[in-house]
Each structure stands twice: as structure tokens, then as C-alpha cells.
Design a protein around this ligand. Structure first.
Ligand code: SF4
Length: 376
């Protein structure tokens, strides 16, 4: 099993909270696509003939690509890698880019899952976040995606925004669930350095919401999603039965993946690689047949730490059989011993041979994970 991620590093403008790599100058879009095509063939052996189960177009803003370009990119991937019979192929879309016929054309190109960046249904909050779209455009995009034949649709929401109340969050969730979405990613706002919000925080113009409000919003998301039949399969991700994102899950299960494009990361269980976060440098290097990436070799402990950090955030938890077989008995025993106190406090439970966080444990998952890995 393997996955492929394609980073499309262009945005019409920057959102105030976002620290993903992108640029607003679209003039290099065509050249970038050609370089991604070239990179796919240069790295055709990276996945060592593993079957590609998922492809994810992220960004930046993939919806700035024409469906014909998406089709060309997918053909190249199919030529260079061996694909599963039913791959999950996701495409991120911003509501303001949507036009009639686009989803039909994307479906024809091979896209079978759409991830829509709604973030909020409140126009004032959307403006505060620096989003370019409004609620009416979100509703239109959702109307079009379902009427044009793509039924596997994920929505992104952001909560924990300064000034936001629990009632605001409930409203965002209800308005999203008024459409037959199959998946929801609900992220708590994090204020990152280097973003507009980061600068506002430094100058005292932004105050993050308090921990108690954050925790109650987190619980509210879980409760409302559960009422709508969505299972919380990861801290920030919820899905209807049969619609858990295979691509997201593969990251958490340490399935190898290849990242194409500027700033894209790759992982082959032994190392991590990350491409240069600069469109011009990326194109120039690929043109001369080089992969402009840095590489970090991962020792077993490091891979294990990443496994603990990611798997504990999921509903499957830490698979102790996997730990014993893939890592070693010592690490297995370390986890079993340390988990005892969390189990006694009701923060963790043992399910078959896995360690899984309880609802209470999920509220303080970062603290638990930190303690589990800090002594390794
Ligand atoms: S959130 Fe999306 S659209 Fe906004 S700047 Fe980041 S990548 Fe671009």
C-alpha cells in the first residue's frame, strides 16, 4: 500500500491563519505542472512497486487547476506507478473557485472525493479568517458537487476562533450537515508564527480563546457529529460509515507516501524527505533532472515516536501487536507499563490488543502523547 500527495502551491491570496507553503503569483502554474509531471517520472521507483491506494491533491489551491490538467497529472501517475483497482483520489476545492461543470469534469478526470474548505458559514468570521469566499458560495459549491455526481465529499471547518461562541460552532456544524457530506475535518485554530494571526498575537491584537472554551467546543463537535452518525476516527476527523479517509488514515498508519511538488514531504519508513519550499528553485532543479529535497534518516526510535504520536490520535489507537512485531518487545513493555496509570485514571482503555484514548483522554491527548514519548 502507498499514497501520493501532490502540492499545488498557488493561492489567490493568503488566509490569515495559514502557514502552508504557497505563492500568489500564478504565472508559473503551467511550468510547475510540467515539473510535477517530470518529478513523477524521476521518482517512479520511490514507492518500490507498492500499490497506490490513494492520491491527494492539496495545497495551496488545487482548484486553480483546470480539470484537463488534473487528468494529465493522473495519467502520468498511472503510467509511472501501479494503482489499486479502486483508488481514493481526493481534490481540495475552495468554494470561490467553483463553476458549473467543474465537478463533472473532475470526476471524468478520475477524481472521486472532494474536500471543500468551508471553514465557517458566518461571513464576518470568514472575512476575519481572511477567506475569499462567503457562505453563499459554500452553499453553491455543495449544491454543485452533489448534483454533478461526486458523492464522497468532505467539509473543513475551523473552530476556536477568537470571539466565536459555542452557539456559533453549533450553527456552523448544523449548516454543514444540512448537506449530505460524508466526512468532516474540524480543526481548532492554531496561531502559527509567520502568519498574519501570528503577527497580530505578537502585537497584542489577537487573544486566543481560553482552554476551557476550547475543550467545550471540542466536546461539542464530537457530540454533534455523533448525533449525525459520524464516527470520530481521529482527533479532528469524522466520517460516516464507509467514508473514513483512506489517505489520512495511511499517514497515521505509517504507509509510505510520495509527495510531489514544492514543499511536499515523502516517507518510506526509513527516511523522510521534503522538497524545497520555493517554486522557482523547484522548477529549476527538476528541469536539470535533480530532486530538490532534503532527507532525514529515521532510526527505529524516531519512527516509533511518530507512530505513537499519530496512532494515539485515532480511534484504532496503538496496536500493541504491531509494536511487538515491527519494533520490539522492550518498546511494547514500555507502553504497557506506562499506560497503566492512564487506564486507572479513565484516560485510556485497552481494546483487544490496542491502547485507545477515552473521550476524556482525547481532551488532553497532547499531554499524554508528550509524556509517552519524552522518556524514549
Ligand atoms: S488556507 Fe488554503 S487558500 Fe488559504 S492561504 Fe492556506 S492554502 Fe491558500
Amino acid at each position: 500500500m502507498a499514497g501520493i500527495y501532490i502540492h499545488i502551491p498557488f493561492c489567490k491570496s493568503f488566509c490569515n491563519y495559514c502557514d502552508f507553503y504557497s505563492i500568489t503569483d500564478n504565472s508559473l502554474k503551467e511550468a510547475l505542472v510540467q515539473s510535477v509531471i517530470r518529478e513523477a517520472s524521476l521518482r517512479s521507483s520511490y514507492l518500490e512497486n507498492e500499490t497506490v491506494e490513494t492520491v491527494y491533491f492539496g495545497g495551496g489551491t488545487p482548484s486553480l487547476l483546470e480539470p484537463a490538467t488534473v487528468s494529465a497529472l493522473l495519467s502520468v501517475l498511472r503510467k509511472n506507478f501501479s494503482f489499486a483497482a479502486d483508488p481514493e483520489i481526493t481534490f481540495e476545492v475552495n468554494p470561490d473557485d467553483v463553476y458549473k461543470g467543474q465537478f463533472r469534469a473532475l470526476k471524468k478526470a478520475g477524481i472521486n472525493r472532494i474536500s471543500l474548505g468551508l471553514q465557517s458559514w458566518d461571513d464576518k468570521r470568514l472575512r476575519y479568517l481572511g477567506r475569499r469566499h462567503d457562505a453563499a458560495q459554500s452553499a453553491r459549491a455543495l449544491g454543485l458537487v452533489f448534483s454533478e455526481g461526486i458523492s464522497n465529499v468532505s467539509a473543513d471547518l475551523i473552530y476556536g476562533v477568537p470571539g466565536m461562541t459555542a452557539a456559533d460552532l453549533a450553527d456552523d456544524l448544523e449548516k454543514t450537515f444540512a448537506f449530505p457530506v460524508t466526512h468532516l475535518s474540524a480543526y481548532h485554530l492554531t496561531v502559527e508564527n509567520g502568519t498574519k494571526f501570528g503577527r497580530m498575537k505578537q502585537s497584542g491584537k489577537l487573544e486566543e480563546i481560553d482552554e476551557e472554551t476550547s475543550a467545550s467546543m471540542f466536546s461539542l463537535v464530537g457530540r454533534v457529529c455523533s448525533e449525525h452518525g459520524f464516527v470520530q476516527y481521529e482527533i479532528s476527523n469524522f466520517a460516516k460509515e464507509g467514508f473514513i479517509s483512506r489517505h489520512n488514515s495511511s499517514y497515521w498508519k505509517q504507509v509510505p507516501y510520495l509527495g510531489l511538488g514544492p514543499a511536499a514531504h515523502s516517507f518510506d519508513r526509513r527516511s523522510r524527505q521534503w522538497n524545497v519550499g520555493n517554486v522557482r528553485k523547484y522548477i529549476k532543479a527538476i528541469d536539470s533532472g535533480e530532486i530538490p529535497c532534503r532527507r532525514e534518516e529515521l532510526d527505529k526510535t524516531r519512527v516509533f515516536i511518530e507512530y505513537v504520536m499519530t496512532s494515539l490520535r485515532t480511534m484504532w489507537g496503538i496496536d500493541l501487536t504491531h509494536v511487538e512485531e515491527f519494533y520490539d518487545k522492550e518498546l511494547h513493555d514500555y507502553l504497557v507499563n506506562l499506560s497503566g496509570k492512564y487506564i486507572r485514571y479513565g484516560l485510556m482503555k485497552r481494546e483487544k490488543n490496542a491502547l485507545v484514548l477515552t473521550d476524556q483522554g482525547r481532551m488532553i491527548s497532547d499531554n499524554i502523547i508528550r509524556e509517552l514519548v519524552e522518556n524514549l
